[in-house]
Design a protein around this ligand. Structure first.
Ligand SMILES: Cc1cc2nc3c(=O)[nH]c(=O)nc-3n(C[C@H](O)[C@H](O)[C@H](O)COP(=O)(O)O)c2cc1C
Length: 299
């Protein structure tokens, strides 16, 4: 098979690289020529994060402000498929990923080209993917598939464990009792199945049926409770981001945002969710189903 595939990704902990490696193995075995490029910001975010720096990344993530990257060089003039592997930061594509869309050579490559997004998230990627869809549309790219790997533990548990991971750099069990943070080893291993599905569609160019196939094989799923939280949080983040961006006392407002977020996530969201599940949810089943189908799709 003489198909050329480009995979572009950024990672801090190496999780997304592991996912990319597993995903690309069947493509390579199937004879495709796969070029994998890691994005390197000129001044990278230090990992592990300090708590202050972690929350300080919110406004630029949400407002889609780019950062300078080391220049990217591609072996080919064009590819049969481009895979953008990315992680959401504050319900938006991570800043290094956003910055990719300011690189003219990358924009030229994805124009009129099938693109697959491969997400490695905690569990909230819907808003980020909406922003990604817009960037791809603006660039004239053709989004044909989306794969989203998430931490399948409960929302509050995964929030605790991801903070432990991000702030210590250790992807291990907090206090020996919490589960391991991030995408499970099992789901990372299973990314090769998603690669095999993509290979099938790459071979014969049957892109219109790829996403259906990925949904069927559980390469992506949408959970209604998380969808409910994320839709509301996305709007609130936008308000905070603009506020922080326009204030003279950034440090203070970022600190306020940090405590606001912790209270909203651990105290407000569970109560609102509970009330919603017992009052409104039973009556809006059809609308939830429609929204889920939308987020599972690529249009
Ligand atoms: C600053 C920051 C914000 C994040 N925000 C989100 C988020 O909004 N939704 C989500 O599902 N995961 C979020 N995550 C987790 C990442 O998407 C990702 O899964 C994790 O950082 C591991 O990625 P890595 O391969 O870069 O190490 C965030 C991580 C960081 C560092």
């Amino acid at each position: 098979m003489d198909k050329k595939v480009l995979i572009v990704y950024y990672t801090q902990s190496g999780q997304l690289q592991e996912i990319v490696d597993r995903f690309s193995a069947p493509l390579i075995q199937g004879g495709a020529s796969v070029e994998t490029i890691r994005i390197h910001p000129l001044q990278d975010f230090a990992f592990p994060w300090t708590s202050d720096r972690f929350f300080d990344a919110m406004p630029e993530s949400v407002l889609g402000k780019p950062m300078p990257l080391n220049s990217l060089s591609f072996k080919e003039q064009s590819y049969d498929l481009v895979v953008i592997a990315y992680q959401p930061w504050f319900l938006s594509p991570s800043i290094p990923t956003t910055s990719l869309f300011y690189d003219s050579s990358f924009l030229k490559l994805i124009k009129d080209t099938p693109v697959i997004t491969l997400i490695g998230a905690r569990n909230m990627w819907l808003n980020a993917q909406e922003k990604m869809k817009k960037s791809l549309k603006d660039a004239g790219a053709n989004l044909v598939g989306n794969i989203a790997l998430v931490d399948k533990n409960g929302n509050l548990i995964s929030a605790v464990t991801i903070l432990h991971w991000m702030l210590t750099g250790k992807k291990d069990k907090k206090y020996g009792i919490f589960p391991k943070p991030g995408v499970s080893d099992q789901d990372i291993q299973a990314a090769n199945h998603h690669g095999a599905v993509v290979l099938e569609h790459l071979s014969d160019g049957s892109w219109p049926t790829l996403q259906q196939h990925l949904v069927k094989t559980k390469a992506v799923d949408v959970y209604s409770d998380l969808m409910f939280i994320e839709q509301r949080a996305g709007k609130l983040f936008a308000v905070w981001a603009k506020l922080i961006n326009s204030t003279k006392n950034r440090k203070l407002v970022v600190t306020l945002f940090k405590y606001y977020l912790l209270v909203a996530l651990f105290m407000v969201a569970p109560v609102v969710l509970l009330i919603n599940n017992f009052t409104f949810k039973p009556f809006v089943g059809k609308s939830i189903k429609r929204k889920k189908e939308y987020y599972l799709g690529v249009s």
